[in-house]
Design a protein around this ligand. Sequence first.
Ligand code: RB5
Length: 156
Amino acid sequence: MNPVKTDVIIGCDHAAFGLKERIKAFIIDQGIKVEDIGTFNEVSVDYTDFGIRVASAVSKKEFERGILICGTGIGMSIVANRFPGVRAALCTEIFSARMSRSHNDANILVLGGRVIGDILALEIVKTWMETPFEAGRHQKRIDKIDEINLLKFCNK
Ligand code: RB5
């Protein structure tokens, strides 16, 4: 594995605690530092709280990349994509994980711990960490996403 050597911030809810621990160990094993903001056990929590912490850190550029995991990945995706500059991609297979980086420059990977198995999840993480953004024509499209917030502001 030849991943981007950047710190990653990771968070999950109770439904994905086990998978989060496995992903964390896997990333550390690649020589990448991980900031783990929890949750730290299987006691029921609100995915919202953990999604907000990871997505706000990526939005503020405190971290270049984040990983969020809940049962389906849906709640975490909805939360994360509310934050300016965040491009969170819910991936259930390798192709989307690769494309989310090369075409969308996704800066948060979202996984559903109750949807996919651990082996596939680790393969997705590996692909996502390794794949660079292609930029070029894709940069213009991403810039238009960022302009959405500005448009909303102007119309107020
Ligand atoms: C928790 O039961 C579950 O709702 C949560 O992990 C997630 O799937 C929400 O989108």
